[in-house]
Design a protein around this ligand. Structure first.
Ligand code: DGL
Length: 227
């Protein structure tokens, strides 16, 4: 019996940080990955456009490629399209990126956590509800990673312009002594060498691992049912 396939998608390379974390846990799982480069970056596009892209890509992965589950490896698409994807594919496990406010609040050494994400994610209901539910007792500071997706796509983690961009974006979070700073866009972990160089004293939290663990447990259930 062929193991069930998992479909991942993102506006570009960002979701590979999640797919890689999943494949470290389940190396035998067949994986399809769609990078929607034609529409990258999603940041700045109207919500209905991102929702339409997510529905189209979701249908391709599930209906044409035969994937048995979907991982929306993009915080922005999760923020605007998760409900629509689940409604369009009832019975299919659809895993989305969640802003990691709860683990960040639990590990904070300063009582202030930083969330670095796209404007879509920070505006979305998912983030607002998660922050309201899990940020009790800590302050939440947010910042939009303006220019970060472009740097990640270009693989630029060291040019003077990249350092300047990173320093500008991180400045308010560092001034507020945020600990940790959540990487709330799947592209941002690709910039970790840059972020660590600019803010060596900061702790960064990548939610990919937790999402990959959730996807792995759903995949195990599908694989067991297929046997
Ligand atoms: N990787 C994305 C996210 O997690 C997409 C960012 C973009 O394309 O603007 O939000």
């Amino acid at each position: 019996m062929t193991p069930p396939a998992v479909g991942f998608f993102d506006s570009g390379l960002g979701g590979t940080t999640v797919a890689r974390a999943f494949l470290r846990l389940r190396p035998r799982a067949p994986v399809f990955y769609v990078a929607d480069w034609e529409h990258c970056p999603y940041g700045g596009r109207p919500d209905p456009d991102i929702r339409a892209r997510a529905l189209e890509i979701g249908a391709e992965l599930l209906e044409e490629r035969g994937c048995a589950m979907l991982v929306v490896a993009c915080n922005s698409a999760s923020a605007v399209a998760l409900d629509a994807l689940r409604a369009a594919h009832p019975g299919v496990p659809v895993v989305g990126m969640e802003p990691a406010v709860k683990p960040a609040a639990a590990m904070s050494r300063t009582g202030c956590v930083g969330i670095l994400a796209t404007a879509h994610t920070l505006r979305g209901r998912l983030f607002r509800e998660t922050a309201a539910r899990h940020a009790a007792g800590v302050r939440v500071e947010t910042a939009v990673g303006e220019g970060f997706v472009e740097l990640a796509e270009a693989g630029d983690v060291s040019s003077p312009a990249a350092r300047e961009t990173a320093a500008r974006v991180l400045a308010p979070l560092l001034a507020a002594r945020c600990d940790p700073i959540v990487l709330g866009c799947t592209h941002y972990p690709l910039l970790l060498p840059l972020l660590r160089a600019v803010a060596p004293e900061a702790r960064f939290l990548d939610p990919a691992e937790a999402v990959a663990r959730r996807a792995a447990s759903l995949w195990d259930a599908l694989a067991a049912a297929a046997r």
